[in-house]
Ligand binder design. Structure first.
Ligand SMILES: [Zn+2]
Ligand SMILES: [Zn+2]
Length: 137
């Protein structure tokens, strides 16, 4: 039986399900992630066919870079999703998962754009650009 992982925003206006395994967490320190999250983004991910939006009443998409979009709740402001339009992967804010999933931070990316008020935890590989070796299940 396939495991069903659930999550959503703070107000319940957006709910999603993932059927299958999640990727380990990658933190992104790029300017866009810092602006939209208020700090930096910690995201897991799954393949698109494994992802279902169960409730999207208040989901709004924001296009910062053409071809990519961020999904957030227009009511409570939760940052939830990031995807390349038509891409194979859906990135999911790790903090929006309902239950602990045993994931760990496996890479830090865009360290060159990190804020100057914190240090990146060195327990996982750090890349100055977007490259990493974390595989998508
Ligand atoms: Zn909400
Ligand atoms: Zn980023």
């Amino acid at each position: 039986m396939t495991q069903v992982i659930t999550g959503g925003c703070a107000c319940g206006g957006v709910r999603y399900e993932v059927r299958g395994k999640l990727r380990d967490v990658i933190t992104c320190h790029c300017v866009q992630c810092r602006k939209t999250s208020g700090h930096f983004v910690a995201a897991t991910a799954c393949r698109r066919p494994a992802f279902t939006l169960v409730k999207a009443d208040t989901l709004k998409w924001y296009v910062a870079v053409p071809g990519f979009r961020r999904g957030f709740c227009a009511e409570c402001g939760s940052s939830l999703l990031f995807e390349e339009v038509g891409g194979e992967r859906v990135s999911i804010a790790a903090g929006s998962l309902d239950e602990p999933q045993g994931l760990t931070i496996a890479a830090h990316i865009f360290a060159s754009e990190a804020g100057d008020y914190y240090q990146i935890d060195g327990s996982a590989p750090i890349s100055s650009k977007g490259d990493h070796h974390v595989t998508l299940p």
